[in-house]
Design a protein around this ligand. Structure first.
Ligand code: GLN
Length: 279
């Protein structure tokens, strides 16, 4: 029988050997999950012996992670933007940089009472639910083209007891608006990136990631449709790729918007904010 500490060290060194980016975190999260312990409790239990049952479950999960199945899918959920989100192959795993988009969205809503908000391509429901939990007065609508993703988003709304209106739609098709804020983390990677993606990224839906040769084949029509669906002074906020965010901001300006590129926490040109002062 091996102790918690031994398991943790062994898992972590196995993950490090095969080049996983966060071997220690992955080992710790899997141990916490199987043993049902918090960070602190895990630390305090390091000399405890792992039962045979737990050992079998751990081994299966460590093998799966070593086979590059994403940690979030193994744990089945993520903490994101103040909500708990089930995460599986039906939608993109919510990313940390998108939490910053949520912050920008909340900033854009400051001073607006009972705002009408739209999340385009909601995936797990991350942005829509993060917005609703922080701004219960907002009327939040969320769309996705994928029925599977919407089913997951609805499960996540129920899990968090949040009231968001979900609709299956291609971008803003069939939506009347007008909205005070339209937020989206659309697919934005150039198609060629699929050849260099990390193995974990294969578990995200292709549809959620790639958008043509320049990565703007979804954001571009979204920009045009959003313009017609915003109130005067309403805001469009997009997450993009640092290689194409400046291009989209320039295109927004050529459509009469006041637009700027905003950096993420690592200083990369990641977000575009566009607003049309008059309609
Ligand atoms: N809006 C979801 C998220 O940010 C899904 C994004 C996507 O699938 N491109 O996590």
């Amino acid at each position: 029988m091996a102790t918690v500490n031994t398991w943790q060290l062994q898992a972590s060194s196995r993950f490090a050997e095969i080049g996983l980016p966060s071997p220690k975190t992955d080992a710790r999260e899997l141990l916490k999950f199987v043993l049902g312990l918090s960070d602190t409790a895990l630390f305090l239990s390091s000399d405890r012996e792992v039962s045979e049952d737990q050992a079998a479950r751990l081994l299966a999960l460590i093998d799966a992670r070593a086979a590059r199945i994403p940690l979030q899918h193994l744990l089945g959920e993520v903490e994101w933007g103040g909500v708990r989100l089930k995460s599986d192959g039906r939608a993109l795993i919510p990313r940390p940089e998108t939490e910053w988009l949520l912050q920008l969205a909340l900033e854009a809503l400051r001073g607006r009472v009972n705002p009408r908000v739209l999340d385009v391509g909601t995936g797990t429901g991350a942005l829509a639910l993060g917005l609703k939990v922080a701004r219960p007065d907002a009327a939040v609508t969320a769309t996705d083209i994928s029925a599977e993703a919407l089913a997951l988003a609805q499960e996540n709304a129920a899990l968090n007891g949040l009231d968001v209106q979900f609709m299956q739609a291609d971008l803003l098709q069939g939506l009347a608006g007008p909205f005070d804020l339209i937020v989206s983390n659309p697919p934005y990677l150039p198609d060629a990136d699929q050849h260099s993606a990390d193995p974990e990224v294969r578990y995200d839906p292709h549809l959620a990631l790639y958008a043509g040769a320049d990565g703007l084949s979804v954001a571009r029509p979204l920009l045009v449709q959003a313009r017609a669906a915003l109130v005067a002074g309403g805001v469009l906020l997009l997450e993009l790729d640092p290689r194409n965010a400046p291009t989209l901001a320039a295109e927004a300006r050529s459509l009469g918007a006041v637009a700027e590129v905003l950096p993420d926490l690592a200083g990369r040109e990641r977000f575009v904010r566009a607003s049309w002062p008059t309609r």
